[in-house]
Write a protein that binds this ligand. Structure first.
Ligand code: PLP
Length: 366
């Protein structure tokens, strides 16, 4: 066998479509830029979290607590969870990657849904496993379709609930039915990145399922309702045996000192979260209503974003994106999610929301 002439990544790595983050820049000359492309909190972070980061700046030479104990305790306190069943991560993305790494062997299968969060597929492929995409129904994950896709090789089912970029959700009775239909050796990953925003009686993030079974985990993030995307803080709640596995494969100091301290302050600042959620509630329904009035179809969302569908070639998502970007409104293209003719818009400040609706009204007149 001839040796390669240079180091080669293992098979499959170069087949991965790298994640493309939401844009953050408008063309030169735009007076004000509204970044509505990554579901960030328009009210920003809690002032208490900002203060905590300032304080950390005075002692940057010290390694952080590798177990992020203070943060796990604060999360445990606020959510009523045992800190021993929590692991903090560098964004919840890291938790998703750690799960794939620890539970998928080459050739294993992992399931996600048609319009599901793209990060799942990347980590499945990085683990040399087989990504299995399952059809959705009405832009919503379909429990029967997921169960029908399970084979002997299936090791993980990833479910974003609510999902990004659709904003749709699976009611908890359906999640329960999904879990009940899975073999005991299949790990159900409930990605509840937007749980704070949800105001539905039939929704649950998954805490009860995790507490009752050995094969369910829930991931959460500080990037959305807590407004700390820049610090990269996520966490996972899971049974002790899963935590034990992930604590062996994670980086020893995967959550940095600023993240730990900001996270502690942010999770305890219930008022800031409540204010953020209230703002979202008001403007999510306003946006949905106003965009619909313009004749645009909006997928019913319970997150902090809306998926806006464009009607035709003259008024395509690509043209709308150019039109909005030129005016400083940065939305998210979602062709990679199976929506070539839609844009995802984060619920922004009042000024941003009104601005986008006015700009789209003009765009559609042309
Ligand atoms: C934003 C988002 C995340 C969170 O990512 P972080 O790494 O915590 O910033 C996870 N899942 C979904 C579905 C998301 O939209």
């Amino acid at each position: 066998m001839t040796q390669p002439v240079r180091p080669e990544p293992k098979p499959g790595v170069m087949d991965i479509a790298a994640y493309v983050p939401g844009k953050s820049e408008a063309p030169a000359g735009v007076a004000k830029v509204f970044k509505l492309s990554s579901n960030e909190n328009p009210l920003g972070a809690s002032p208490k979290a900002v203060e905590a980061v300032r304080n950390v700046a005075a002692a940057l030479e010290f390694y952080p607590d590798g177990a992020a104990s203070r943060l796990r305790e604060a999360i445990g306190e606020v959510h009523g969870l045992n800190p021993a069943n929590l692991i903090c991560t560098n964004g919840s993305d890291e938790a998703l990657g750690l799960l794939a790494q620890a539970y998928l062997r080459p050739g294993d299968e992992a399931i996600f849904t048609e319009h599901g969060f793209l990060v799942y597929k990347i980590y499945i492929q990085a683990a040399s496993a087989v990504p299995v995409s399952v059809r959705e129904k009405d832009e919503t994950a379909d429990v029967d379709a997921i169960l029908a896709a399970v084979t002997e090789k299936t090791k993980i089912v990833f479910l974003a609930n609510p999902n990004n970029p659709t904003g749709t959700y699976v009611p908890f009775e359906e999640v329960r039915r999904l879990h009940a239909g899975l073999p005991k050796n299949v790990l159900l990953v409930l990605d509840a990145a937007y749980a704070e925003y949800v105001r539905r009686n039939d929704y649950e993030a998954g805490i009860e399922l995790v507490s009752s079974f050995e094969n369910v985990v829930m991931t959460r993030t500080f990037s959305k309702a807590h407004g700390l995307g820049g610090l990269r803080i996520g966490w996972l709640y899971g049974p002790a045996h899963v935590i034990a596995a992930l604590n062996r494969t994670r980086g020893p100091f995967n959550v940095n000192a600023a993240a730990i301290e900001a996270g502690v302050a942010a999770v305890r600042d219930r008022e800031h979260v409540a204010k953020s959620v209230e703002h979202n509630e008001q403007w999510l329904s306003w946006l949905t209503r106003e965009l619909t009035k313009l004749g645009l179809r909006v997928t019913p969302s319970i997150g902090n974003f809306v998926l806006i569908h464009f009607p035709d070639e003259r008024h395509s998502a690509a043209l709308a994106d150019d039109y909005l970007t030129a005016r400083g409104y940065i939305l998210r293209r979602v062709a990679g999610y199976g929506f070539p003719n839609a844009l995802r818009m984060t619920v922004g400040t009042e000024e941003a929301n009104r601005g986008v609706v006015a700009a789209l009204a003009d765009f559609l007149k042309d």
